[in-house]
Structure formats: structure tokens, C-alpha cells
Design a protein around this ligand. Structure first.
Ligand code: F0G
Length: 480
């Protein structure tokens, strides 16, 4: 909830109180250097015991509500016909408006099923931007992913409110080039993860739907961060200020032929879902659900998580829940901007994205600026962020490296987990790092897996920069 203070500032104030806590500790910088070296400068490979704040992701790490936790106690553990599933299906119907619910163990499992059943070799799949697992699944099946974002989308410094919009002209050109038969669906991702949590507008979604319908192409919405996108529409799109989050979600979902999501984000649990009102699509997917996920009333999820998901779906329509992370992200970004640190603007959903290309202009893409920055942030603060840049790119068909459009260190803000003083600490250490940015050099791969290398790849620091950075840190702060 945004509160205006008497000095005129507006700050986000939590609309909840904290009743369960988890202890965290800030280990000394010498220990942090050991930890990041052992992790091969890959923040995925750090252990949580070595972290002060875990801002790797909001996936599966949002704080659950008391009602979500309580619902887990009445979970109905049945292989088939579980009452927990019917509660989920009823929440999906009430909030999202879909008749048919197909649970899956997480978002990428939903992507796997959709890829398997809808994509043929030679197909083109247009989208506002890819997500890592989405692209791998769609291209494994022989499709080609086309990101047809607007010209503004990749400008990290911008005031355009909807950088997650699809470019309608490019969309039409693509359909003309391939023919509608080769375009199995168009995918719109709510608050495009990899370009800084940027939302699409409802106007754009309506236009995309109109073009798609004209050519008989279904619209798939990735709704993993649906309530955040709805909140940003409420704030930024003319005509939506007085609409409720529920009304906006209903309007988005009303345009989707299939909606799928990772329930690890807006739903604040651990699971996934495919939902539709199209019986033919439901019948096409249903038989494969038990093959890959589990029977249709649990789909690989624990029934406890299914119960909590039903509650989480209803709770996301509360404007203070939908906005809780968005407002912290905005505060975080604005505080960093005040210290001249380059971040993606306007701030979006999911997290605060530091622009590593502008932070470390002396590094080339293949020195992995975003990777080096995430390692450096950890070293000076104990905060784990995620590389979203060239390390996260797949090599091309000839195994050449591909430079990422953007180099971002993503500091995810899981809902209701961190407080204002945590954010202030993060701002302080990142701005200190910015003043010492010349000390940060590149990374070199020493172990590179063949697919999604950002998960398990290991690197070393060029010119031993991490040691020099640690020494500079010690002279200003001592050990912590
Ligand atoms: N779609 C989007 C937009 C996502 O952000 C994610 C996951 C997925 C699909 C895959 O879902 O993890 O449940 O299998 N994003 C996480 C992140 C991993 O950290 O941003 P999943």
C-alpha cells in the first residue's frame, strides 16, 4: 500500500504483519569470496546458508499468507478426484474465468505439454519476449521463436509504460511470411521477465487478439505474473484507474484461448497450470497430463500446494497483494537512480533490474557483464541476484555464442519477504559497488553445459578482480 508522508514522499507500507520469521546472517566478505569462487561465479550454485538476502528469484519464494498455510492442513490427498483440485478449479473459474483447469508441477511442465501438442517442425511462434525454458521447449520441438517487441522494449532507459507490448506490424508481417498455418499460436507473457518485468497493455492485447483471430491463430497468455501486470495496467493505462484488479484480470483472461502459468509467482505456491474454455484444447491436452505430470486432479503437484494455490489465486485480486512487490521494486529502483546507478526504467514487476551494460561499459558481451555484476553484488553484500544476459543465452545451431540483447542483474523482490531496511541496505552496497565499478572485470567459462548453461556453468574471474574488489571493500567496511 502506498502511503503519503507529511514531507510529501510516498512510500510503500506493508499491508500485512510478520508472524513467522527465518533467520539470515551476513557472513564475512572473505567467506563470501570463498563461496562465490566455489560456485564458479554462478549465483545459482551458491548455498542459501551463505546468503544474506536471496533475490535470485520470486519463484516459489514469496511469503505465503496465513490463509494459504491454513488451507494446506485440509488438503485432500487422493490420487484421483481430490476435493483440493475442485477448490482450485473453482478459484480458476471465479478469478480467471476458465472452465477447464489442468494442473502441472510447474510452469515449464505446462510449456512442455503445450509445445508437444501444438508445435510442429518449421512453425513460427511469435511472442512479446521469450522466457528461457519457453524458448528451449518450443525450439526442441522444431519451432522458431520470434520476439516481436516494439522498438522501445530493449531501451533500458525509458518512460514508455508498456514495453511488454507486441509490435503489431511485425506480427502481421510474420503471419504473411510464414502463412497462418505455420503459426500455431501467439504467446503474450505478462510482465516480460527477461526484459525487466515490463507489462503489456490491454489495448495491445486486444489488438494482438484481433489480428490473431482474423487469421485463426489462438492467443496463449503466460500468466505467471498476471496480477503484477494487472496492477501496472491499473496504474498506467488510461481508463483503468478505477477498475479493480479482478476486473482487469478478467479482461485479460477473456482474450486468452489458453492461459498457462508458473504458480510459483503470482499464486505464491509451487506448481503450474494450463486453463482454457476451449473443450477441444482441453481434450487434446488431458490424455497427456498423466503421462508427464500426474492424474488430472493433481498434475504432479502436492495437494497441499493445490489448496494453497486456490487461496493464492483469490488473494491476488487484492490490490495490496497485487502491488506489494511492484511498489517495492519501484522504491528500490528510484533509490538506486537517485544514486546514479543505471537500472531498467520504468520499473516493472518481479524485481529491480540493474543494467550491467551501462554499469560496466568497459566489458564486452562475451566477458559476461551481467554475470560479473551478480558475482560482485554478492561479494559486497551477500545478496544473491540473477544473471539475465549472455550467460543465459543458448549457443546457436553452429554452437557459436550469442550476445544477449540486454545484460541485466535481476534483483527479484519476492512478495512480502524483505523489508524497507533490507532494500536500503541493498541500495547502499550496490551504489558503493557502482563507485568502484572499474575494479570489476569479466568472467571466463571453465565448465559449460550444453543447454541452459546459466544453471550449472562455472566461470573464473579475469585478472583476479574479485580479490581486488574484496580488498577495496575491506578498507571501507571491514569484514561485513
Ligand atoms: N514463464 C515465465 C514468465 C517465468 O518467469 C517462468 C519462471 C516460467 C514460465 C517457468 O516456470 O519455473 O514454474 O517452471 N521463471 C522463474 C524466474 C524461474 O526465476 O523468473 P517454472
Amino acid at each position: 500500500m502506498l502511503i503519503k508522508l507529511s514531507d510529501g514522499r510516498e512510500i510503500p507500507v506493508e499491508s500485512h504483519k510478520v508472524r513467522i520469521v527465518q533467520k539470515i546472517q551476513l557472513i564475512p566478505v572473505t567467506e563470501r569470496l570463498r563461496a562465490i569462487e566455489e560456485a564458479g561465479y554462478n549465483t545459482f550454485l551458491l548455498r542459501t546458508r551463505d546468503l544474506f538476502m536471496d533475490m535470485l528469484t520470486d519463484s516459489g519464494t514469496n511469503a505465503m499468507s496465513d490463509n494459504q498455510l491454513a488451507s494446506m492442513m485440509v488438503a485432500d490427498d487422493a490420487y484421483a478426484g481430490s476435493e483440493s483440485f475442485y477448490k482450485l478449479a473453482s478459484a480458476v473459474k471465479d478469478v480467471f474465468g476458465f472452465e477447464y483447469s489442468l494442473p502441472a508441477h510447474q510452469g515449464r511442465a505446462a510449456e512442455h505439454l503445450l509445445a508437444k501438442l501444438f508445435i510442429k517442425p518449421g512453425d513460427a511462434i511469435p511472442m512479446n519476449y521469450h522466457f528461457t525454458t519457453t524458448k528451449v521447449h518450443f525450439e526442441f520441438l522444431g519451432g522458431t521463436v520470434y520476439e516481436i517487441y516494439t522498438d522501445e522494449a530493449l531501451k533500458t532507459e525509458s518512460t514508455v509504460p508498456f514495453k511488454g507490448n507486441l509490435d503489431l506490424n511485425k506480427f502481421q508481417d510474420l503471419i504473411k511470411r510464414y502463412g497462418p498455418d505455420k503459426v500455431p499460436f501467439v504467446r503474450m507473457e505478462a510482465t516480460t521477465n527477461l526484459i525487466g518485468g515490463q507489462p503489456f497493455s490491454l489495448q495491445n492485447l486486444r489488438d494482438v487478439k484481433e489480428i490473431a483471430t482474423k487469421h485463426g491463430i489462438p492467443l496463449f497468455v503466460d500468466g505467471s505474473l498476471i496480477s503484477e501486470n494487472a496492477y501496472l495496467i491499473k496504474q498506467r493505462e488510461p481508463g483503468y484507474q478505477d477498475k479493480s484488479i479482478q476486473e482487469i484480470i478478467s479482461e485479460i483472461m477473456g482474450l486468452a484461448d489458453i492461459m498457462y502459468l508458473s504458480a510459483r509467482k503470482s499464486c505464491s505456491v509451487r506448481g503450474g497450470l494450463i486453463a482454457t474454455n476451449n473443450k477441444a484444447y482441453y481434450d487434446k491436452i488431458l490424455p497427456w497430463l498423466p503421462v508427464y505430470e500426474g492424474f488430472s486432479t493433481y498434475g504432479g503437484m502436492s495437494t497441499k500446494e493445490i489448496e494453497a494455490m486456490a487461496v493464492g489465486i483469490r488473494e491476488m485480486t487484492d490490490v495490496n497483494v497485487a502491488g506489494s512487490s511492484v511498489e517495492f521494486v519501484k522504491y528500490f529502483a528510484e533509490r538506486l537512480i537517485a544514486k546514479k546507478v543505471p537500472v531498467v526504467t520504468p520499473p516493472g514487476g518481479l524485481g529491480c533490474h540493474v543494467d550491467a551494460k551501462r554499469f560496466l561499459p568497459h566489458l564486452t558481451s562475451f566477458q559476461y557483464p551481467a554475470g560479473a555484476l551478480t558475482a560482485a553484488i554478492y561479494l559486497v553484500s551477500g545478496i544473491r541476484s540473477m544473471e539475465r544476459g549472455t550467460v543465459s543465452m543458448e549457443r546457436d545451431k553452429d554452437r557459436n555464442e550469442v550476445a544477449s540483447d540486454l545484460e541485466l542483474a535481476r534483483l527479484a523482490v519476492p512478495r512480502r519477504v524483505y523489508t524497507m531496511s533490507h532494500i536500503e541496505f541493498a541500495v547502499d552496497r550496490i551504489s558503493w559497488l557502482y563507485q568502484h565499478r572499474d575494479l570489476i572485470k569479466g568472467l571466463t567459462f571453465v565448465e559449460e553445459p550444453p543447454v541452459l548453461r546459466f544453471f550449472f556453468g562455472k566461470m573464473t574471474a579475469q585478472e583476479q578482480w574479485s580479490r581486488k574488489l574484496m580488498e577495496a571493500f575491506q578498507s571501507d567496511f571491514g569484514e561485513v
